[in-house]
Ligand binder design. Sequence first.
Ligand code: FES
Ligand code: FE2
Length: 345
Amino acid sequence: MVNTIQTSIYPRGCTFSESDWDALHRFWYPVAFSHEVTEQPVAATLLDQRLVLWRTAAGVSIANDLCFHRGVPLSMGYVEKEHLICKYHGFHYAADGRCTYVPANPEASIPVRLCLKTYPAKEAYGLIWTTLAGGELYNFPEFDEWDDPNYLQILPDAVDLNAAAGRQVEGFLDVAHFAWVHVETFGDRNNPVVPRYEVEPTPKGLRAEYLSTVSNFPKALQDRAPADFQWLRVFEVFLPFTARLTVHFPGEGRLCILNAASPVSARKTRIFVPICRNFDQDTPLEPVYEFNYKVFAEDKEMVEAQYPEDLPLDLSMESHVGADKTSIAYRKGLIKLGLSNAYTS
Ligand code: FES
Ligand SMILES: [Fe+2]
């Protein structure tokens, strides 16, 4: 994919190199949960750009979180009569970002400069997604189970990491750490071998099918699967930072996990993880949330400790073994997007 957008204005205090920011800003990332954006505006940061999200009858609006009058974040304000109102002097902004009312000088014409810089918004999978570029749906992830009545939808809280998005996504794709990092949740120290598996490129990224005897049931429930059940895990990556995992459970059960990493800055990431399953639809969800938070916490410890903090795209910088096939393909995919080896400035 060739980067044709050279006119970007980089966010204040941008932690990415300009070329990496150019490469990354064209894609779509989740920035909030749909249910969060109601009467109150919500602040979010994407690729170092501070954003405000608010909802009107027209849907969700997203703009730079800055009132050009005196530099106050609009997320401090509120929504009233279909307008976002700045907390400092009450300027009113319409859903399309136009300033429509200046209470201190209601008769005067409104400076053109007061128009907010807005971005497209898309609600999908319980999340609000945006892109800092034109709006084409580059590599938008597929997660149809979210809208499938045969599936139960589960939406854990987002997890904030002091880590690069690439490191987090690679960790999600890594199948060799189950026996070590997830030994208290579902992994088994006595089952560390990663059988050979294949990775293939797809138009949006890559796909890997991994067959092993590592159970996906929480430890206490592992007798629910036959002893040598072969667990199929299908990983699909939507470059740069979203991946989905479909786990094939016994009896046609399917667990689908969307790991959507939102790069707040070069070394801060917020992960949104909508989950769907077509089994155990009437059991209480508390243990499911608890299990997932525990797994996230186990991963967080590793990902936040890794250094260099940026995912080394130059393959010679770390050593690789056969089990790392997916992560090697993932790093190569990021290089193809135009990301540099240094990754951050
Ligand atoms: S700073 Fe927003 S209205 Fe004055
Ligand atoms: Fe993990």
